[in-house]
Ligand binder design. Structure first.
Ligand SMILES: Nc1ncnc2c1ncn2[C@@H]1O[C@H](COP(=O)(O)OP(=O)(O)O)[C@@H](O)[C@H]1O
Ligand SMILES: [Mg+2]
Length: 222
């Protein structure tokens, strides 16, 4: 479902190579952990897969969509329909309640408001957040915010969930709850899950570990 062919990304002048000719194939439903030191290109790789950034050269193909050639309109559609993203800093909208945050991806693609609300509540239940649905983000712990962000990332049934250090800003109790949720989702094999993590014990939960170094794949271990 995902194919990178010699994908490179460099920034600035003189150019800094963030991603250096990476070729990869990732199958549907795989649960991948990406590890590697700071600055090794992990976020750059995720940004390319999320259509948030274009490669300087090479191909990035997800579900048959060539992201390297997609224009802004196609990338917006790709993100709305196929993709869920979870960031390190949650990125919930502070003026909206939890359930309003979670139903947003459905409303953006034009779904019926009542059905969207019902689906959002069902998704919140799956991440153990049903009782927090009418709270606002500032009333939640970090782990609760992240579980709400995961519900928002999955509510529209994406084929790909990208998570960039989703537990990087959490204490260990909250981190383990969030990981449990991600591992449960990954085990259903309905979405391909690609998670960046600094933790080897977290990476051990995945089917496959890809270790980045200097913008390249240093190890790829099933
Ligand atoms: N927008 C940018 N502008 C300039 N340099 C960048 C930008 N994004 C990333 N880089 C550089 O690319 C390299 C890889 O960054 P990144 O993918 O964020 O690494 P990681 O997520 O593994 O810590 C780093 O040297 C970083 O400084
Ligand atoms: Mg990063």
């Amino acid at each position: 479902m995902i194919r990178l062919v010699k994908a490179s990304r460099s920034y600035g002048t003189p150019p800094v190579t963030a991603l250096d000719s990476v070729s990869l194939e990732i199958g549907r439903g795989e649960f991948i952990a990406i590890t590697g030191p700071s600055g090794s290109g992990k976020s750059t790789l995720l940004n390319l897969l999320g259509g948030l950034d274009h490669p300087s050269s090479g191909e990035v193909v997800v579900d048959g969509v060539h992201l390297e050639r997609a224009d802004d309109r196609e990338l917006t559609l790709y993100r709305r329909l196929k993709l869920g993203i979870v960031f390190q800093f949650f990125n919930l909208l502070p003026s909206m309640s939890v359930v309003e945050n979670v139903e947003l991806p459905l409303l953006l693609r034009g779904d019926d408001a009542r059905e969207s609300r019902a689906k959002a509540l069902e998704m919140l239940d799956q991440v153990g957040m049903a009782r927090r649905s009418s709270h606002f983000p500032h009333q939640l712990s970090g782990g609760e915010m992240q579980r709400a962000a995961i519900a928002r990332g999955l509510v529209h049934g994406p084929s790909l969930l990208l998570a960039d250090e989703p537990t990087g800003n959490l204490d260990s109790a909250n981190a383990s709850q969030v990981l449990e949720v991600i591992a449960k989702i990954a085990s259903r094999r309905t979405a391909t899950v690609i998670m960046v993590t600094h933790s080897d014990s977290v990476a051990a939960l995945a089917d496959r570990r890809i270790r980045m170094k200097d913008g390249r794949v240093a190890h790829d271990t099933p």
